[in-house]
Design a protein around this ligand. Structure first.
Ligand code: AMP
Length: 404
């Protein structure tokens, strides 16, 4: 039997998991500070939620879903993204009022695996439901900026407006007429997308050189969409947040309206550089069968962010407890417990090995201090200094010393 994880999936284990832990903690703390409650929805949902909520014409639904029939004969799909699930949960709860929620968890897409593109990947994200205010769009963007800042990774914010049910249909007929004139030269993927999803054709890297003079949504927005877009841009400028407008940035489905954005890595050299993507989806609730409810949000891929991040591995241990003859690992557990209660990280060796081997472990763990327990009491060694203390004094002494 092979012990490798399935193709396109990863074991995230120490020490590589340490930046994960920090990033997930930072996300949690930030989301909470911004007033987003935690939401946990099922990892699998009824297949038709994604067929409707992600869109039957999308690559995700057509080619990438892990779908199976359960023992009760229901078609079930492992979630490829979480916005549809969160909206379903909001509607299940009555779908009224403003709700700000944050999530974190694995998503599943049958992709061709490569760096930053996995079959199981971890997304964190937020959804701001129940309001059309452009300030909600901006708040989610500010939170995204802060989150990526915590991840120590430089990015550029790319912004667009996709119009709405009023201005987009007219624009789409214009775009369709234009694309028909280019039909002979489009790549196979674009040809396949043309009938159902012409906006995605604009997004095609292969066809881009052919489409430089294509009509762009940004030039055909109706007055309320212009107003919304201007409000978002003015607020960003007022808050000192730089952005680049890209009229070719799309989400490609009818229920995505107005704001669309991405934070793109400026340092990653892999094919996948979009670290975080989001936008407004005021049509989604109706598409999945509910009463209308506006929403805006984003999702970011933790796997991909950490490829680009400068975050380092585990912070060193504050203290390693070494026991000399006459003291046991249980004594070390007790002392480590005191240190841990004082908010310090502490560890020890449980098998009663030699003192030399315990010191080696302390060094291997990069411990900032060593506490040696003997029959005489405790000696703390830190930065070349030694202090002889009673066991109950060690935690307070070390806390002050490590903070100083
Ligand atoms: P999406 O849900 O496609 O808008 O993607 C939002 C973010 O999730 C992207 O910017 C990536 O960071 C991440 N992401 C999407 N698909 C994958 C994948 N297959 N593997 C790793 N990260 C992904």
């Amino acid at each position: 039997m092979s012990f490798q994880p399935p193709k396109g999936t990863d074991d995230i284990a120490p020490p590589q998991s340490e930046p994960w832990r920090r990033l997930l903690r930072d996300f949690d703390a930030l989301a909470s500070r911004y007033g987003y409650g935690l939401i946990i929805t099922p990892v699998f949902e009824s297949t038709d939620l994604f067929e409707r909520g992600v869109g039957e014409d999308t690559e995700v639904v057509q080619k990438q879903m892990y779908t199976f029939t359960d023992r009760g004969g229901r078609s079930i799909t492992l979630r490829p993204e979480n916005t549809a699930g969160v909206m379903r949960a909001y509607l299940a709860g009555g779908g009224a009022g403003i709700s700000k929620v944050a999530y974190s968890g694995p998503m599943f897409r049958y992709e061709r695996p490569q760096a930053g593109r996995r079959r199981q990947f971890w997304q964190v994200g937020v959804e701001y439901l129940g309001t059309e205010s452009p300030i909600a769009d901006v708040e989610t963007i500010v939170l995204a900026r802060d989150f990526l800042g915590a991840a120590e990774t430089p990015t550029e914010l790319v912004l667009n407006s996709l119009g709405d049910g009023v201005c987009r249909p007219a624009y789409l007929s214009l775009l369709n007429r234009y694309l028909e004139t280019k039909r002979g030269a489009l790549c196979d993927d674009s040809l396949a997308r043309l009938p159902s999803n012409p906006l995605r054709v604009l997004d095609c890297k292969v066809c881009a050189p052919l489409l430089v003079d294509a009509p762009l949504m940004a030039d055909h927005l109706c007055a309320p969409c212009v107003q919304h877009y201007e409000a978002v841009k003015n607020a960003l400028t007022g808050l000192g947040i730089d952005y680049r407008q890209d009229s070719r940035l799309v989400r490609g489905l009818d229920y995505y309206v107005r704001t669309a954005f991405e934070f793109v890595s400026t340092t990653l050299t892999t094919a996948q550089t979009a670290l975080l993507g989001g936008g407004r989806y005021d049509g989604l609730a109706e598409v999945i069968g509910g009463k209308g409810a506006p929403g805006v949000g984003w999702a970011a891929g933790v796997d991909r962010i950490l490829l680009a991040s400068k975050m380092t591995a585990a912070p060193p241990l504050d203290a390693y407890v070494v026991v000399e003859a006459g003291r046991s690992p249980l004594d070390a557990l007790r002392l480590a417990g005191r240190l841990r209660d004082a908010g310090l990280s502490a560890d020890f060796e449980p098998e009663g090995r030699s003192v030399k081997s315990q010191f080696r472990s302390a060094e291997r763990r990069g411990a900032r201090s060593t506490v040696i327990l003997s029959e005489r009491g405790a000696q703390v060694r830190i930065d070349g200094d030694k202090a002889d203390l009673a066991a109950e004094e060690v935690a307070t002494w070390l806390s002050i010393r490590l903070q100083g």
